[in-house]
Design a binder for this molecule. Structure first.
Ligand code: SF4
Length: 207
């Protein structure tokens, strides 16, 4: 399996966190509270990549600790995966938002920001060397695959990332939070858990 080449100057996740904290590669660092690095075992077999930190992640400095993270944690558990074994991170490491009254509303990162921030996930993957990368949503898929995809068309397929790595695309858990009807939520949540179960099965086969 191919992996990106690590940056010679960054040889550990702690060095990576320090470098990310000083990043000015795109304008998003200006309005965010802090960078939100990836988190998990240094050599996790499974890496999950989301879009970008949300409001709570921006305040805490940790990925997937807000409402979408809680959905993800529950789905991981129901898929039979030990959450502590998963490296979780985002395609874009700073929170992009716009004010709405006193609230900070999530704003989707643009292609330039995704491209500029890809640098950091490339190094994360080079250091962690996961056997499977799960792209949670379209932004992560674009970053990992180097092209835009329609989630519904590629969902669950084993794809090849830009660096030759196995990538599976599924939804971002925030999608489930946006659904209004209980029946839709339950159906889509079950599909999400099934996607994660299939990823766990792929990893078991690869072991
Ligand atoms: S979003 Fe990524 S590329 Fe942009 S400043 Fe933050 S860490 Fe750097």
């Amino acid at each position: 399996m191919d992996h990106p080449t690590p940056d010679a100057a960054i040889t550990s996740l702690s060095a990576l966190r320090e470098a990310e904290a000083a990043c000015t590669r795109c304008p998003l660092y200006r309005d965010a509270t802090r960078v939100v690095p990836g988190e998990g075992p240094a050599h996790a077999r499974l890496m999950m990549v989301g879009e970008q930190p949300g409001d709570q992640e921006d305040l805490s400095g940790r990925p997937f600790v807000g409402p979408a993270g809680q959905v993800l944690d529950r789905a991981i558990l129901e898929a039979g995966i030990d959450r502590k074994t998963v490296f979780v991170t985002n395609a874009v490491k700073h929170f992009k938002w716009e004010p709405r009254g006193k609230r900070r509303l999530h704003k989707k990162p643009n292609a330039h920001e995704i491209e500029r921030c890809r640098w950091w996930n490339d190094i994360e993957r080079a250091l962690v060397r996961p056997q499977l990368v799960v792209a949670l949503g379209a932004t992560a898929a674009a970053s990992l695959l180097g092209r835009s995809v329609t989630i519904g068309r590629v969902r669950g397929e084993l794809l090849t990332g830009r660096d030759g790595e196995p990538v599976v695309v599924t939804i971002h858990p925030s999608y489930l939070l946006r659904l209004r009807e209980k029946a839709d939520k339950e159906r889509e949540y079950a599909r999400f858990v099934a996607d994660l179960k299939a990823c766990a099965a792929r990893l078991r086969q690869a072991a």
